[in-house]
Design a protein around this ligand. Structure first.
Ligand code: MN
Ligand code: MN
Length: 300
């Protein structure tokens, strides 16, 4: 990998890692999710780098995909299991990292440890340049050894410049028959999820997280106002996910209504919350890892 690109990944990784740690320290009873998200994002932007996606804060049975609305009144409650997922990019080179914390209690320490340990073991496989199937196997075996389910329809992913989810899926379960090998220079996010429920997620309510789809569809939007708005969002956020919160200055009127309309027209994707099917409690851990000649480098 080009030395300049490597520097970008390392800088993104360091800032994302600090933001994750700082963010976890802010989470406590009666604190607003919105305040935590805003503080983390401000800390990142103040360093002159970009947000690869909105800060995600997923609680209890929500495994992933929730970011507070601009006027979100939700607060953390005692006993909540919180997944904090942070993304930073430096010149498009992305670091994606997550960790879990319990608010004021210790009922789910093992659940939180299970996803952390699964992540560590998966990194061990990458270090030895194992095949993708071997990563899924060790993730599932580790989580099962704690007595939990590894969520089978959430995966890690490879990262590319300005692309959060590029070609590869990094499995969280065994028997995927995926004999693909990682290549030196591949950058991947590994993200095991441990669940007390079914170990399968379904789509829930909206996440307040959006993505601009191809510009071809944009040209088909007849309503001029809507088309203009879509073009503005596209030039602002390009290929990366963005939050409803971030659109206050880009959209006039109700951001919620406008964004939902654009999603309905097919020019935006509105991500649904991903919720454990059995309403089980979910923990997550995630690092971004670079595959190197002699092993791997954890960037976050
Ligand atoms: Mn993530
Ligand atoms: Mn990820």
């Amino acid at each position: 990998m080009d030395e300049k690109i490597l520097d970008c990944y390392r800088r993104a990784g360091k800032i994302a890692s600090e933001a994750r740690k700082h963010g976890l320290s802010l989470i406590s009873e009666n604190v607003r999710l919105l305040d935590v998200a805003n503080k983390i994002e401000t800390q990142i932007l103040d360093q002159g780098v970009g947000l690869a996606f909105p800060v995600n804060i997923a609680i209890n049975e929500i495994a992933a995909h929730y970011s507070p609305r601009h006027d979100d009144a939700l607060v953390f409650k005692k006993g909540d299991v919180v997944k904090l997922d942070v993304g930073v990019h430096v010149d498009g080179y992305i670091a994606d990292t997550a960790a879990s914390v319990e608010v004021g209690t210790n009922n789910y320490s093992n659940l939180i440890e299970a996803s952390q340990k699964a992540l560590q073991n998966a990194i061990g496989v990458v270090k030895n340049h194992g095949v993708l199937e071997a990563i899924g196997k060790v993730v599932e075996e580790t989580i099962v050894s704690y007595g939990y389910k590894s969520i089978d329809n959430l995966t890690g992913h490879s990262l590319d410049r300005y692309v959060l989810h590029s070609g590869l899926s990094i499995p969280n379960v065994a028997h995927t028959m995926d004999n693909q090998k990682l290549k030196v220079g591949d950058v991947i996010a590994i993200e095991p999820f441990a669940s007390t429920g079914t170990g399968h997620v379904v789509s829930g309510n909206g996440s307040n997280i959006y993505l601009c789809l191809d510009s071809f569809r944009m040209k088909l939007v007849r309503n001029q106002g809507a088309r203009l708005m879509a073009q503005r969002l596209s030039s602002q956020f390009k290929t990366l996910p963005f939050a409803e919160r971030w659109c206050q200055k880009v959209i006039s009127g109700s951001t919620d209504v406008s964004l939902k309309k654009l999603a309905f027209l097919g020019v935006l994707k509105h991500y649904p919350q991903l919720v454990d099917k059995g309403k089980g409690i979910v923990s997550q851990a995630e690092h971004t890892v670079l595959v190197t000649e002699d092993g791997c480098e954890v960037m976050t």
